[in-house]
Design a protein around this ligand. Structure first.
Ligand code: FUB
Length: 347
């Protein structure tokens, strides 16, 4: 009997210790994921990452462009056909929500959906995603939008077609310029869609959240007054203390930079580097969350054994703004978030 009590006591102690984890460590979630744009819904942190493309150690050296890469994925691996999401109350313990969106529910896509941005509006959740399939040598897709009643989905294709297609965006001549959506709803309820590769596009959304309102505007990637280092892809727009921030990937291999503006549709002013190019992944992809007085920068890298430019994992760094609202230069760490937020009851 005494032994049973001792073993039970030990088990309870181990369970309590396990739950008391205070350091999340990078990567923050298990598995090969990328493009983690964080968001808060109902006091919970959510990330909706891209399922990474190729298995650990796969040879990706001959992939040079998205078209070539996507084609290779279809022929060889046929993955990236769905998205998982993760939620957390404390930035340390994450719960996986499998298959929040799948191409099974999108008739115009077979293979490729990635890098989403999710917002709450009209009592629903809208998930905007990139979907540039190559099927029988033709390109399908652009930016799609799916809708759900809950952040964990299941998300359903809202339109039965892409919201933005390549023929609508002719500023950049390449066919994979319509990816990496970032959706932002301003205090007055006006929703904005930013996206792009090789050019930064933006457009207003109508109240229904599934139609564009007016013209698509293109901001040239080489506009040095708007973008320090030039704009490559992965825009992430948000507002803090009356100032608008646009964080984006610059150059290739990519570093992360930011710009600020007085309005979501206004002129962007180049600021500086948020995260320089580090480790081996050619890409990086930002997301910033300010919540309960703490600020977090989401990104990805190839730091896990076997990782590479198309096999990435999701990381976070906590940071503090300067008194003038500047974002400090951040570096990749293994520690990640040092202390959970909110109250965690270990029992
Ligand atoms: O995950 C696919 C692509 O890699 C994204 O569209 C880019 O932002 C880069 O992270």
């Amino acid at each position: 009997m005494k032994n049973v009590v001792t073993v039970l006591g030990l088990m309870l102690f181990l369970v309590a210790c396990g739950d008391k984890k205070e350091f999340s460590g990078n990567p923050i979630v298990e598995g090969w994921y990328a493009d983690p744009e964080g968001v808060v819904f109902d006091n919970e942190y959510w990330i909706y990452p891209t399922l990474s493309d190729l298995p650990p150690g796969a040879d990706s050296t001959d992939f040079t462009g998205w078209q070539k890469e996507t084609r290779a994925i279809h022929q060889v691996y046929n993955i990236q056909t769905y998205m998982d999401a993760f939620s957390s109350k404390d930035m340390v313990h994450w719960t996986k929500h499998p298959k929040v969106l799948s191409v099974e529910n999108i008739k115009w896509l077979e293979f490729a959906l990635w890098a989403p941005s999710v917002v709450q509006a009209n009592g629903k959740y809208y998930l905007f995603f990139g979907g540039n399939d190559i099927q029988n040598d033709e390109q399908y897709g652009g930016i799609g939008v799916a809708v759900a009643d809950h952040p964990a989905g299941p998300f359903k294709d809202a339109l039965g077609r892409a919201l933005v297609t390549n023929d609508m965006t002719t500023y950049a001549k390449h066919s994979w310029d319509d990816l990496d959506p970032s959706v932002f709803v301003d205090d007055d309820g006006q929703a904005w869609l930013y996206w792009g590769n090789g050019v930064c596009y933006r457009a207003k959304l109508k109240d229904d959240m599934v139609s564009l309102d007016g013209e698509i505007e293109a901001i040239d990637r080489k506009d040095a007054s708007s973008f320090s280092g030039g704009f490559t892809e992965a825009p992430w727009i948000y507002k803090r203390q009356g100032r608008y921030y646009l964080v984006y990937a610059s150059g290739f291999p990519e570093s992360i930079h930011y710009s600020t503006a007085k309005s979501a549709g206004g002129k962007w002013t180049a600021q500086g580097v948020v995260m320089p190019t580090e480790k081996g992944s050619n890409t990086n992809h930002p997301g910033i969350v300010d919540f309960k007085g703490r600020s977090y920068f989401f990104y990805h890298n190839d730091a896990l054994p076997g990782g590479h430019s198309y096999c990435r994992s999701v990381c976070v760094e906590e940071f503090a703004y300067g008194s003038d609202g500047t974002i400090p230069e951040l570096h990749m760490t293994r520690e990640c978030v040092k202390q959970g937020v909110g109250t965690l009851n270990p029992y």
